[in-house]
Design a protein around this ligand. Structure first.
Ligand SMILES: Cc1cc2nc3c(=O)[nH]c(=O)nc-3n(C[C@H](O)[C@H](O)[C@H](O)COP(=O)(O)O)c2cc1C
Length: 299
């Protein structure tokens, strides 16, 4: 009997935003109504030859208890990759996501994030290493279509098809585009036609209708900035009912207040808390009263 393929819902990693405190409060608010959602940590990196402790703690934090969280890593070569994977395996990770999409020029220049797209030989070597973790760790990839040219990823299709991957998440832009500009959907279609892994679409998802439209073309979606602005988006999609602006604003404010009180327990003083909370206000619902947003930023 053929079973219907599940459509996967994922929360994007965003440094300084979709982190443990926010994730805990979000999950406590929506966990029961949003099905099997998978959250990803912002990338965990190697610094001065060691895995950065602060990054790692976002995965090992007790705040993640009971939440489906996959750690993400960023690396430039097999040595960094192995150090990160071994450290995460020791910390209990059963799944790891590989960042091949970060567009930040200093990372890209060093061959990390999207920069690794230009190094198929490194990806191929990592693909072979991955096979030694069969049965203990599952891997996935999050990537862009290229650094400057969206055809750059095409050279990786055969290599990636040989890699044991749960899925490939694709943000259909080049690194040069950063987070703005046209989504390169034609280039995405060419690339995905060559892939044999499940494909997760990531980019500019802002409403349950967007998810609906993507559901017949992809194996899942990953939402980032749109998810921050509308934290109920997956719950709304699954319930088949769109909330009104006032409902969304109320939930957003509740989530932000909850995140702040969770962080307050861990940070030292008002200034630190204000700095940590500021980025969330950049992703307030667009309908939220500007006076509330202005006040929130200053708190
Ligand atoms: C502030 C910020 C931080 C981000 N941090 C990460 C990260 O750590 N790892 C990653 O793979 N992508 C990161 N991204 C990219 C997002 O995960 C996502 O791919 C991008 O925002 C496009 O999706 P969206 O249009 O749904 O936001 C970040 C994006 C922003 C704006």
């Amino acid at each position: 009997m053929e079973t219907e393929k599940e459509f996967r819902l994922m929360v994007a990693p965003l440094q300084g935003l979709t982190e443990a405190a926010w994730r805990r409060v979000h999950f406590d608010m929506f966990g029961a109504s949003q099905g099997e959602v998978e959250y990803f940590t912002p990338f965990i990196r190697v610094e001065k030859g060691e895995v950065r402790g602060r990054d790692l703690r976002d995965f090992t934090s007790e705040l993640n208890h009971g939440i489906n969280v996959t750690p993400q890593i960023i690396f430039r070569d097999v040595a960094e990759w192995r150090l990160l994977v071994e450290t995460l395996a020791d910390a209990g990770a059963k799944r790891i996501d590989l960042n091949m999409g970060c567009p930040f020029p200093p990372q890209v220049r060093k061959g990390r994030g999207a920069g690794i797209i230009l190094h198929p030989e490194v990806i191929s070597e990592i693909g072979e290493e991955m096979k030694t973790y069969a049965g203990s760790i599952e891997f996935s990839v999050k990537m862009r279509l290229g650094v400057k040219d969206p055809s750059e990823a095409l050279r990786l299709a055969d290599i990636m098809n040989e890699m044991p991957l749960r899925h490939i998440t694709i943000h259909p832009r080049t690194a040069a585009q950063q987070y703005k500009g046209e989504l390169l959907l034609d280039d995405l279609a060419v690339f995905t036609s060559k892939l044999n892994h499940p494909v997760i679409f990531n980019g500019e998802i802002t409403s349950p209708k967007d998810i609906e439209a993507l559901s017949s073309r992809y194996d899942g979606v990953m939402a980032g900035r749109g998810f921050l602005r509308r934290p109920s988006i997956f719950a709304e999609y699954l319930a088949g009912r769109e909330m009104n602006a006032a409902e969304i604003e109320g939930l957003w404010l509740h989530l932000i207040k909850g995140t702040a009180s969770e962080l307050e327990k861990r940070l030292c003083g008002v200034a630190q808390l204000r700095d940590k909370m500021k980025p969330y206000w950049e992703y307030a619902p667009i309908t939220l009263d500007k006076k509330i947003v202005k006040q929130g930023r200053k708190q």
